[in-house]
Design a protein around this ligand. Structure first.
Ligand code: ATP
Ligand code: MG
Length: 147
């Protein structure tokens, strides 16, 4: 994993957690496998409140990577770069970039990244790499006062 992507700014991080990750094949069943992986890690972090939003994000990003039909394996990671941030990372071998589109009312596709954008309040992005790219999406951990 490139460290530049994982740098964050702000208050000192109490949880200096490593990235936890799995490599999954470019197959539809990897979407459920990625959800199980992410769900297990969120439970370990005792962040069940983020479960629903994280499951949507993981599902959308992994589905997009499955659709690249790359060979070998995609990367799915979870990171806690700061106490209040959970970062979902999905890397694939395609140099094509995600493009958020405005899906019209009759469109049958084109809503995945818009949902990620909404759930993360715009805190998502993509980092190109020689092997492809990594898409990341950040969720904010609810504080006692924000619940
Ligand atoms: N990992 C990716 N690699 C390459 N292109 C991507 C990737 N993710 C998204 N894209 C591009 O961005 C577009 C928009 O993605 P988005 O998830 O919003 O919609 P969709 O996948 O086309 O439809 P939906 O998610 O609603 O089923 C995709 O159609 C694709 O062209
Ligand atoms: Mg999609």
């Amino acid at each position: 994993m490139p460290n530049a992507l994982l740098e964050t700014h702000g208050p000192p991080c109490v949880h200096s957690t490593p990235v936890v990750s799995v490599l999954l094949p470019y197959r539809p069943e990897s979407v459920a496998a990625a959800r199980r992986f992410a769900g297990s890690q969120l439970r370990e972090w005792e962040l069940d409140d983020l479960m629903d939003d994280a499951m949507v994000i993981v599902s959308e990003l992994v589905t997009n990577s499955v659709e690249t039909c790359c060979r070998t394996r995609m990367f799915v990671g979870l990171h806690r770069p700061a106490d209040h941030i959970i970062r979902v990372l999905v890397g694939d071998g395609s140099r094509s970039m995600p493009v958020m589109v405005q899906a019209g009312p009759d469109a049958t596709s084109g809503r995945g990244l818009a949902m990620v954008d909404r759930l993360t309040h715009g805190c998502w992005g993509v980092t190109p790499h020689p092997f492809g790219k990594i898409v990341h999406a950040d969720l904010t951990v609810p504080t006692a006062t924000s619940q």
